[in-house]
Design a protein around this ligand. Structure first.
Ligand code: DGY
Length: 345
């Protein structure tokens, strides 16, 4: 009996030692792991100025994160790096704060964080204008055959024909927005500046913001059928994954333009490729696709009626600086046990 008691005491001491080896004391400067090497200095300087010790990775990989995660109190990351269970299992007991330098958080398992009592903050709003500008640019570029026109010049196929390279007007068009969140609303405001006929939108429910914009709430079906421009600005969820599929594209007008600035997985990409190849829709502009990065020999790069950009919707200097700063502020709030500025969990 005495032997057993002695054994239990020894085990307890070992557990306490393991816990202190995991740096569970709270009186040291908090350590923050910056998992994305290209994080703008704005956020990193802010963390340092506010007393944090910062560890910066040279590569955003799971292996690199695993080397440091046990010793830190907070993690700052950005997509596409996934916050895996392996990383969470290796984290120390003080690692209760995570910030992503992105509005989207489909690279993170929210339920898992909730289970583990870890807070997550993201960086919406500060990127609305940049992403909305990008959506409008893609809509115009696809409607006016920007990519195809450039190819014609390069291939010495420039014709001096009055009916050559005709595109689609935005003026008097119907613009359909899937997901009238903050970015969707910013897109709607910009599109209204082009003297359009009307804005349609769809989503979970009718929104007061939709009324303020003079936009009409419709079903996904009606939006596909009636829009001259379809613009996707929904987050990637189980519900939205693959929502723009063959059936959806078959309902769109032959003259309509499709734009996606949210996540590639919202679109059934082979179905979109087919619609573009068979000209069952006019053109598309994509900032997001699958996979990312897109291999240079991918068939989408051979489609003249497809304008592609490499997921740079929020990539302006000011916007990225703001996103980094906001992520840093979320981290400091989380470390202080306060509500983050934009809490997800
Ligand atoms: C975002 O913030 O979600 C952008 O798409 C960058 O990933």
């Amino acid at each position: 009996m005495l032997k057993w008691k002695f054994f239990i005491v020894l085990k307890f001491v070992a557990i306490v030692r393991m816990a202190s080896a995991k740096n569970c004391s709270t009186n040291k400067p908090p350590k923050v792991l910056i998992a994305e090497p290209s994080t703008p200095r704005s956020g990193i300087s802010y963390l340092k100025e506010h007393g944090c010790q910062v560890i910066e990775l040279e590569k955003a990989t799971e292996d690199e994160v695993l080397k440091h995660i046990a010793e830190v109190d907070a993690l700052l990351l950005a997509p596409p790096l996934k916050l895996t269970n392996k990383i969470l299992d290796a984290a120390g007991c003080n690692m209760k704060t995570v910030a992503t330098v992105s509005a989207g958080y489909n690279h993170i398992d929210i339920d898992e964080l909730r289970k583990r009592g870890i807070k997550l903050g993201n960086t919406p709003r500060v990127l609305d204008a940049a992403v909305a500008d990008h959506a409008v640019m893609l809509a115009l570029a696809a409607a006016r055959r920007l990519h195809e026109g450039r190819l014609k010049i390069e291939n010495n196929e420039w014709k001096s024909d009055y009916q050559w390279m005709l595109g689609q007007d935005i003026c008097n068009s119907t613009v359909g927005i899937i997901g009238l969140g903050n970015i969707g609303q910013a897109i709607a405001k910009r599109m209204k500046g082009f003297d359009i006929k009307q804005i349609l939108y769809t989503g979970h429910r009718e929104k007061p913001e939709g009324k303020e914009l003079g936009a009409k709430f419709v079903s996904l079906d009606t939006l596909a059928r009636d829009s001259d421009f379809v613009i996707i600005s929904v987050p990637l969820t189980k519900e939205t994954e693959g929502m723009c599929n063959e059936e959806f594209f078959s309902k769109m007008k032959k003259t309509s333009v499709f734009v996606n600035i949210s996540r590639g997985q919202v679109v059934d990409q082979p179905a979109l490729i087919k619609a573009l190849k068979t000209n069952s829709i006019f053109a598309a502009g994509l900032d997001v696709m699958t996979p990312e990065p897109l291999p240079p020999d991918h068939e989408m790069l051979k489609l003249p009626n497809l304008v592609l950009t490499p997921h740079i919707g929020s990539a302006t200097t000011n916007t990225r600086n703001e996103m980094s700063l906001l992520a840093a502020k979320n981290i400091l709030k989380g470390l202080a046990g306060e509500e983050m500025i934009y809490p997800v969990v």
